[in-house]
Design a protein around this ligand. Sequence first.
Ligand code: GLN
Length: 448
Amino acid sequence: VNTSYDRIKEVDDQVQAFLTLDEENARNQAKELDSTTDTENYRLFGIPTGIKDNMVTKGLRTTCGSQFLRNFDDPLYNATVVSKLDREKAITIGKLNMDEFAMGSSNENSSYAPTRNPWNTDYVPGGSSGGSAAAVAAGEVLFSLGSDTGGSIRQPAAFCGVVGMKPTYGRVSRFGLVAFASSLDQIGPVTRNVEDNARVLEVISGHDEMDSTSVDIEVPSFTSSLTGDVKGLKIAVPKEYLAEGVAPEVKESVLNALKTYESLGAEWEEVSLPHSKYAVATYYLLASSEASANLARFDGVRYGVRSEKATNMLDMFKMSRSEGFGDEVKRRIMLGTFALSSGYYDAYYKKAQQVRTLIKNDFDSIFEQYDVVIGPTTPTPAFKVGEKVDDPLTMYANDILTIPVNLAGVPGISIPCGFSEKGLPLGLQIIGKHFDEQTIYRTAHAFE
Ligand code: GLN
């Protein structure tokens, strides 16, 4: 814990990964643990961690990267994942920066300060869990939690050279995760290596009565699947994942990884995910629709900041929302309410749901014959701060390789896979069957 805070003091002025620190509390907890003797009864004993700021932490400010919640200082309960970490004696160092309400791919939509990529602070760390990835990459904490609705764990993990897992939808409880798009959101660990990742996922997984979408299915020992053995593993490589738009250096790093797998006795073949070209459009309709409903609760009454200018109730709602939300959040709310409005619902929302099923079916049919799908996590390495900020559509297109995984509900990991010419990390994405995180971890670990 001391080392964590020393490191934060050393680098966080530049990295800006943390929004809130919990120093006094964390040091006290650590002191208490110093005198504990049954250390082996706890799976994360004394391990310093950071939590993305969209997970509720009892008594610790939770802002979602938004000015709207800048005064949400004293949440009354812990998210289930936070309680689970507490039970295993992990120590929360603080809350991590993010794009406002998890909407973004670069952390530039944080309404506090943009997190920077620790490998080169001229570049973005990715988003929306940019703080979670940067804090681990910069050595500020040993692991962190992020959330992934359309790539927000895997893309920043790729940009920052760390390991980020989006589990199967339903594997981890979302209770206490501020909802963005409820049918897509999933919490997962960010770590420096695959083994740590498997350990943390073992702790945070499992059915939770407080989240009706968490699935009542056994949590296997993910760590015991790290055998190093991938002989006979069947890998599918979608041609759409190495197509035009994917940078040559990214493609090359994936082909090199596939060579490594061949040398370890795995086999790979090219396949097709024919509907993946519709994934970005489908995602932005569905995610924005769900967001517009979820964010209706921010009205200046129940949480956060209330506009001081309003003189009647309706103005209070309107002005609090106008002042509290940033531009990207407003853009999504407008797109979502439009797509859900009567007369347009069938043409947009319903159609997008139908296409979502086609995308899921693409994965299902590949997984009848293959164990994992492998491709890049992102089409390019990290881009420069400011480079895409005025062009939302280009920013959205960056998520093309991660979004299909959320739409299908399957698990996916990003692991480090070399460096670009400019010395920025590249990510390899490994996607598995529903509830088969074990095979993903085994495949990822063998490559490490
Ligand atoms: N970048 C995507 C978006 O802006 C994904 C965000 C996420 O996964 N939370 O919606």
